[in-house]
Design a protein around this ligand. Structure first.
Ligand code: SAM
Length: 248
């Protein structure tokens, strides 16, 4: 049987595509991708023409058998997403899981991911970090998720879009506190790459100063809680609030 290569592609700067990624994309029979138009552009840039198979969140389960069959027939394939590393807040997990169960060969061709790129230049602790991906869109679920992270001592890493960046930073300031150090990376590896560093309110102020700075793609990093309460203290806090709510 053939192999599925999971190939990382750039997150903005096309020169970040690795030499091995280029060789693998040139060699495979078929490329599974998120958005065919997007991948077509990358292939054009590389001077390659390849059959494409779209695999996105809505059809991924149906595509699994097709991909498995191609591999079983000895074809080699690549999986790419629109940007960065597949499966990292991108499609591919059910596919890779299914191929592993079928004992088919899956091998990574590593490259860029926005989370590691952002952390590498943020100046926040990187010895322990938790990748949280995208927060839930619904405000109740989002608040609950953030509250659940309030005590975490590891650096927290989130992906965010321009539509929600300010709202998210504001909620973080409310839940994590106004003193929490953070860093926001915007448009990494692109022309308007920028880093905003400071406490959460200071970062909000910087983004508010110029609406252009609210455009593009964002990675939000928040340093861990430096003074976490013991689990017992957190529980007694919770108990106290529950009891308080019951008082007339
Ligand atoms: N698979 C990708 C990776 O490995 O980083 C992530 C895909 S996810 C659908 C897209 C999100 O990643 C964006 O909303 C943003 O939060 C982050 N992102 C991707 N490219 C970025 C960039 N150039 N600068 C800042 N954030 C970026």
């Amino acid at each position: 049987p053939g192999t599925l290569f999971v190939v990382a592609t750039p997150i903005g700067n096309l020169a970040d595509l690795s030499e091995r990624a280029r060789q693998v994309l040139a060699a495979v029979d078929l490329i599974a991708c998120e958005d065919t138009r997007h991948t077509q552009k990358l292939l054009q840039h590389l001077g390659l023409k390849k059959p494409l198979l779209s695999v996105h969140d809505h059809n991924e389960r149906d595509r699994i058998d097709q991909v498995a069959e191609q591999l079983q027939n000895g074809r080699t394939m690549a999986l790419v997403s629109d940007a960065g590393t597949p499966l990292i807040s991108d499609p591919g997990y059910p596919l890779v899981q299914a191929l592993r169960e079928k004992q088919l060969r899956v091998t990574p061709v590593p490259g860029v991911s926005a989370l590691i790129t952002a952390l590498s230049a943020a100046g926040l602790p990187t010895d322990r970090f938790a990748f949280e991906g995208f927060l839930p869109h619904k405000s109740g679920a989002k608040k609950e998720r953030l509250e659940g992270l309030q005590q975490d001592t590891a650096t927290l890493v989130f992906y965010e879009s321009k539509h929600r960046i300010l709202d998210t930073l504001q909620q973080m300031a409310e839940i994590f506190g106004e003193q929490r150090e953070a860093c926001v990376a915007r448009e990494l590896t692109k022309t308007f790459e920028s880093f905003y560093h400071g406490t959460l309110p200071q970062i909000i102020e910087q983004l508010n100063a110029n609406s252009d700075q609210q455009k593009g793609e964002f990675v939000v990093m928040v340093s861990g809680n430096k003074d976490p309460k013991s689990a017992a203290a957190v529980n007694s806090d919770k108990l106290f609030r529950l009891l308080l709510a019951e008082l007339p």
